[in-house]
Ligand binder design. Structure first.
Ligand code: PMP
Length: 296
């Protein structure tokens, strides 16, 4: 793990329309986004220099901002081009890409209708974990105390900074207990997702995953569902109660960062990462790998 803090690295960051030196990509302490959580972001990965599902991420970025009531002053095409520029300029091939937008400093109160919307795009080296054998051992995850909020209490479909407050608290608590992550239930006590990834279970060769109506319908989740269908694996999007975990044979989480990560334990429930998780892990790896890279 790198020890260089993120604000002290070298390279370039795209800030409000132009590339600036990494260390100059600053904002003031009096920024609405910092105090009031008026910030949305994306998390993407490039493989072999190509950002996976770049357009889908840019569209979600604009949509998240719209839900929070602010307009990002760039089109999907402009954002895609800016992301590619940042990746190329920093010389990365396999990296994470982080667009973020926030309300600026013109107004520092609950209402900030006229605050400028700022946009930055950063990237950092983060190769995917290709050690499949290691991955197939599975990670251990806890069950979080906090629940995903009811859609009438929070903008649950926005990838908004504020929604991550309970995720960070939950992940920290899980890590303190020796777990890798935490699975969160929804406001009605049904299985929802992890702190930064969606969750799938396997029963008799079919996938079961919660309906994404009060949490992020991840781009990876949607990719997995499409790939499963291509592989003739049935997918059941349905309500899943935590007690049902006893009846599942396999479990994996998925997300841009997590990719496909098999799970061996969720609280007191145990799973054995097996053939279906392996199929999905391999299918996802193949899907994200650019054709030129796969041929190497
Ligand atoms: N849920 C949460 C809370 C997340 O932070 C993420 C990661 N963005 C996901 C699900 C998975 O989304 P995606 O597959 O689009 O990365």
């Amino acid at each position: 793990m790198s020890v260089i803090p993120f604000d002290l690295r070298d390279g370039y960051i795209w800030l409000d329309g132009k590339l600036v030196d990494w260390k100059d990509a600053k904002l003031h302490v009096l920024s609405h986004g910092l105090h009031y959580g008026s910030s949305v972001f994306e998390g993407e990965r490039a493989y072999g220099g190509q950002i996976f599902k770049s357009t889908e991420h840019s569209e979600r970025f604009l949509h998240s901002a719209e839900i929070l009531g602010f307009d990002i002053p760039y089109t999907v095409a402009e954002l895609n081009a800016a992301k590619d520029l940042v990746v190329t300029k920093n010389g990365f091939k396999n990296c994470y890409v982080r667009p973020v937008a926030w309300r600026g400093s013109e107004m520092m109160a609950i209402s900030a209708q006229n605050a400028t919307i700022h946009v930055a795009i950063a990237t950092w080296d983060w190769p995917s974990m290709f050690d499949t054998a290691q991955k197939m051992k599975g990670i251990r995850i806890d069950i979080a105390d906090y629940r995903r909020p009811d859609p009438i209490t929070a903008p649950v479909h926005a990838k908004a900074a504020g929604l991550y407050m309970i995720c960070t608290i939950s992940k920290h608590r899980a890590e303190k207990k020796g777990y890798a992550d935490a699975m969160m239930l929804d406001w009605q006590g049904r299985v929802a997702e992890c702190t930064g990834a969606n969750i799938f279970f396997v029963k008799d060769g079919a996938l079961h995953t919660p309906i994404a109506d009060c949490f992020l319908n991840g781009i990876t989740r949607q990719t997995i569902i499409a790939l499963a269908k291509e592989h003739g694996i049935a997918v059941h999007e349905r309500r899943i109660m935590p007690e049902e975990l006893a009846g599942f044979q396999e479990c994996f989480i998925c997300g841009t960062g997590a990719e496909v990560t098999p799970v061996s334990e969720v609280g007191s429930y145990t799973f054995t990462p097996g053939a279906v998780s392996r199929t999905m892990l391999d299918a996802y790896t193949a899907a994200v790998t650019p054709k030129a890279m796969a041929a190497e």
